[in-house]
Design a binder for this molecule. Structure first.
Ligand code: FE2
Length: 275
């Protein structure tokens, strides 16, 4: 039987690469340390498969077709298409078709209908965390793309429920696979709108506080706050998927710091998943 061996969350943002050298030294050290800590915990978990819960920044989808959820079932996916990500060390990332297909079947059987892709481009949203985590070896990546980019969005409750689907899929997979979850994105940020660059530290801290408590309070807080928050904040949906996968228990903040140079409230967390 497969086991869920870890769940993690890490922020991303293009400026974490493009403006890295402009970040004040003390913040740069904390960011570096937080990514490495998540990387170290993931390595210790010895995951064979990493379910990457991440948005698509218009690399695969467009206004012509933007699924709420999409599972990557291919044997390989492409590395980041952004020219400024050209030094990312992987042009291709191996997938895990057998587990990914089992995840899709588990979802369908439970009344969840994800889109399916046999070939995705995995953009900076996932590849910045993977890069900065400095993993010695890369697990197979099963992408779960969650629309947290373009309204209408899936509800925050649905995202939490998707976490239960991941948990169920892992526990019902018959082979002895070690599976971890990495949610990327958030916390507060605002891109290409009037409030561009704003970081809502108060909202981020309250969100973090609520992750440690009962899920209903977290959901109702986010339902109320997200429509008025910076648009990038919607990516906290991915954290909700990881939270659901961990059965809403064992949340631990690794670090949080608002970083004005990269215009993101940067958060890093892990959950105890209980196997
Ligand atoms: Fe993003």
């Amino acid at each position: 039987m497969a086991r869920l061996v870890g769940a993690f969350a890490a922020s991303h943002g293009p400026l974490l690469v493009r403006e890295w050298n402009a970040i004040p030294a003390d913040q740069q050290r904390r960011l570096d340390s937080a990514y490495r800590e998540i990387g170290s915990r993931l390595s210790s978990a010895k995951a064979d498969v990493l379910i990457a819960v991440t948005p698509d920044h218009w690399s695969n989808f467009s206004l012509d077709n933007y699924p709420a959820f999409c599972v990557g079932v291919g044997a390989t996916n492409e590395g980041p298409p952004e020219p400024w990500m050209k030094d990312f060390p992987h042009k291709e990332l191996a997938g895990h078709p057998a587990f990914a297909s089992h995840l899709v079947k588990t979802a369908l059987d439970a009344g969840f209908e994800p889109a399916v892709s046999h070939r995705l481009k995995l953009d900076h949203g996932l590849c910045i965390p993977l890069w900065r985590m400095q993993l010695a070896s890369m697990p197979a990546i099963v992408p779960l793309i969650v629309n947290s980019i373009e309204p209408p969005f899936p509800t925050v409750r649905r995202c939490l429920e998707w976490g239960s689907i991941l948990r169920k899929a892992v526990r019902s997979f018959k082979k002895p696979l070690r599976v971890a979850v990495l949610a990327t994105g958030g916390l507060s940020h605002s891109v290409g709108e009037k409030t561009m660059g704003a970081i809502d530290e108060k909202l981020d801290k309250e969100t973090i506080r609520l992750f440690a408590g009962k899920p209903e309070k977290l959901l109702s807080y986010l339902e109320k706050k997200l429509p008025k928050a910076g648009n990038g904040t919607e990516e906290v949906r991915n954290w909700l998927v990881a939270h659901g996968a961990a059965d809403c228990r064992g949340f631990e903040l690794v670090d949080y710091l608002p970083v004005p140079v990269v215009i993101v409230g940067c958060g890093y967390a892990s959950w105890r998943t209980g196997g």
